[in-house]
Design a protein around this ligand. Structure first.
Ligand SMILES: [Zn+2]
Ligand SMILES: [Zn+2]
Length: 224
């Protein structure tokens, strides 16, 4: 049981590789796979798809475990594509989010440290006055049929443009070697002294010699 608990809270997932049900997937994912995960097609998703294709051209196979680390500088739709395409995921701990609001994506392969930094340079085309009027209506909450039709058709067109563009139109690329972030650690799991729920040891807070989960420590826990 304790081993199971330990694994449940492991940000890494190495034991999966020894699991007979673990399926290796070295096949390049398709845009449809990305839409399946994200829920819809959109320009942001298309950008993330193209960024990931470019990264994998450099770093080869997608990350089954933590062979590749991605540092993403935004939390837009694009990051969902990055997770599906590259295998750098929130759950595995090899997706690092920096809240800079920039369309910049850095990928590092372990153990070599070979890296590629991809900065998106593509800009959406400047619209006409008429188009601007529709975007403004949409931004102000207008969801009438006419406005929605306009927005959907423009988004679909932008998505197509991104999928069809050349790499040079989309990205500024820097290749090099990067310092590798340390691999995810496997943590002990303990029980919170107040709610008795399980918590990863490094996240537990000390209070009067007891170990508490963060919500209980901050008195936001549901069970008292
Ligand atoms: Zn989206
Ligand atoms: Zn608690």
């Amino acid at each position: 049981m304790s081993k199971l608990i330990l694994l449940l809270f492991s940000p890494s997932c190495k034991p999966c590789s020894n699991n007979p049900f673990f399926v290796y997937n070295r096949v390049m994912k398709r845009y449809d796979d990305v839409i399946d995960f994200h829920g819809h097609s959109c320009p942001g998703l298309a950008l993330g798809y193209r960024v990931s294709q470019r990264a994998l051209k450099e770093l080869k196979n997608r990350s089954e475990d933590e062979e590749i680390v991605a540092v993403v500088e935004n939390n837009s739709c694009a990051v969902d594509a990055v997770q599906v395409m590259t295998g750098c995921t929130f759950g595995k701990g090899n997706l690092i989010f920096r809240d800079y609001g920039k369309h910049v994506y850095t990928f590092v392969r372990r153990p070599s440290g070979k890296s590629i930094r991809i900065s998106v340079i593509w800009e959406k085309p400047v619209g006409t006055k008429e188009e601007k009027k529709y975007w403004d209506l949409y931004a102000n909450g207008d969801r009438s049929k006419k406005v929605l039709e306009f927005v959907h058709s423009r988004k679909a067109a932008r998505t197509r443009q991104i999928l069809d563009a050349g790499d040079d139109e989309l990205f500024a690329v820097t290749k090099g070697k990067s310092m590798l972030p340390p691999e995810a650690e496997i943590y002990e799991t303990i029980r919170c002294a107040v709610c008795n729920e399980m918590v990863a040891e490094p996240k537990a807070q000390s209070q009067n010699g007891r170990k508490l989960c963060v919500p209980c420590f901050e008195q936001k826990g549901t069970k008292r």
